[in-house]
Design a protein around this ligand. Sequence first.
Ligand code: 9PG
Length: 500
Amino acid sequence: MQFTFDFGDATFAANVTAPPVRTDTGWIVPAGPLAVLHPFGDTEFYRHGWNSWSPSGWARTDGETIGIKDSPERLLTADDAAVETPHAHSGSAVGAVAAPDGRVLLVGSLGLGTPRVGADRDVLWGRSEQDLAEWFVAFGPELEVFADYARLVSERLGRRTRRAGTVWSSWYSFFESIDEGLVARTVADLEGQPVDVFQIDDGWEPIVGDWTAGPDFPSGMQATAEGIAARGFRPGLWLAPLIALPGSEIARTRPDLMVQGDDGRPLVAGHNWGSHYYALDTTQQEVRDHLREVFERVTGWGFSYLKLDFMYAGAVTGRRSADVHREVAYRDALQHIRDVVGDDTYLLGCGVPMIPSVGVLDGARVGPDTAAVWDNAERPRDPSGAGALNSIVQSVNRAWMKGLYEVDPDSVYFRSARSLLGEPERELLRDTAAVLEFRSTSDPMAWLTEAEREELAAWLSEKPTVEHVGRHRFVVDGREVDLTAVVTGGYEPEPTAVAG
Ligand code: 9PG
C-alpha cells in the first residue's frame, strides 16, 4: 500500500505492506518490504556491515560502493555472501541517506531475518530474507536518528550493562605462537599494570574445533587460568565455538553435526588458517550438548571473559536440521551459550552478526583486525583487511552501536619496537579506542621502553567522559577528537622507519 511518512516539515511517499504507527521519534512499520522515495538525488548513503569485520560507512550513491570486491571467499568470511551484491549501495539491517541540511532519513530493522537496506538517487529501501521484524523509519539530525534506532533495537533485543574494563590480549604480539611458559612470563611482567583482563587468544587449542588444551599447554588450561588470576587479572580465553577445521576431531568423526551444503556434505563456511572450515549445525540437540560441554569446561577452568570468534558461521546460509531462519538459529545458539556460562561471564563477540547478537553479548568487535602497520598492502581494495587504518575507519563508523553493547575497536599500540606505526598513527588508534570507550592492548611489557610503559599505564587508567558531537567528531574530557580526515581518506601517515 502507499503511505506518506510525515515528519512535520518534510514528507516522504512510500510503499509499505501495512499501515505504520507514529512514535515520538519516528514511524514503526510492520514487517515486509518497504521503499521510501527521497528527494535528495545523488547523496551520501550509510551502509552497515553484517558482521564485525564487514565494512560500514558513508559513500555517495553516484560513487563506488563500500564493500568487498572481487573475492567470493572474502565475502563469505567478512560479509554476508548470501545477499551481498558488491555493485549496489546496500547493507545489513540499517541504512540512511543524507539530506542537504545535514539531517538523515533512516530505515532500520528492529530484529532478525537478514534485513537489508539499500539506496539509489531516488529510493531508500528495506527487505529481508524472512519478514520477521518491524522497521523504524526516521528523519532528523544524524546522531539523534541513529541513537533513536539503537534505543529501539535494544528495547526489543535487550541491553547488557557489564563492562569489560581494560584488556590485554595475546593476539597482536604473539599471534598463534603461544605456550604456557610465554603466557606465564608475560603475565608476570604485566603484574601491577592497570589491566583487568588477561586474554589468551588463538593458539592454545590443538586445532580449531577441538577446545581442549593443546600440546603447548601441557599443564592444562586450568593451571594457566590460575596463574593469571594469581597475578590479579581476570582470565580471558579466545574460542571459535561454532566452527571446525576439516582436520579437527569433531569434523572428522561427526561431519553430520556440521551445516550441510546442497550436495549433502559439510558446507564451507569460510576461510582462514590456510584452509576452509565448517560451521556447526546448532539446531541439533547433540551440538547444543557439545556446546554445553565446551562452555562448562572453559568456565570450569576459571575463564570468565570469553572472546567468541568467527560466530557469523552460525548464521551462514545452508542446510540445518531445523527449519528456522539462519539468524534465528544463530541467536538461539548464542543464547544457549549465555545460559550455560551465566550472567557473570563477559562475552565479547568477534566476527559476529551485529544485530542478532544484541542483548546477549556484553561487547562486540566493530571492525576488522588492527595491525602494527597502517595500511594493508596485500588487500588494498578490501576494507575488511587487517590494518590500523581499516580498523579505525570501520569502528568509528559504528560509534552509534554503543547503544547496543560495548563496542571494541581492537587493540592499540604503545610499542615503537616491532611495529611500522609512527607515533601519530598510534595516537589515532588510541583516540579511536578512547571515543569508543573500550581499551585493550597487546603489547608485552618486555617490548616497551620505560617511557612507553608509563604511557600505557596512564592511558589504561583514564576514564574520560566522551561526547559524540559530529559524524566523526568527539569530545573526550573537553578535548576535541576529530577523526574526519582519517575516516574520509584525507589522512597521510608519516613515512616511518622500520623499527624493532
Ligand atoms: C585469531 C584471530 C584474532 C583476531 C580475530 C580473528 O576476515 N577474515 O578472514 C579474518 C580472519 C581472521 C581474523 C579476522 C578476520 O582474526 O579478529 O582478533 O582473534 O581471529 O585467529
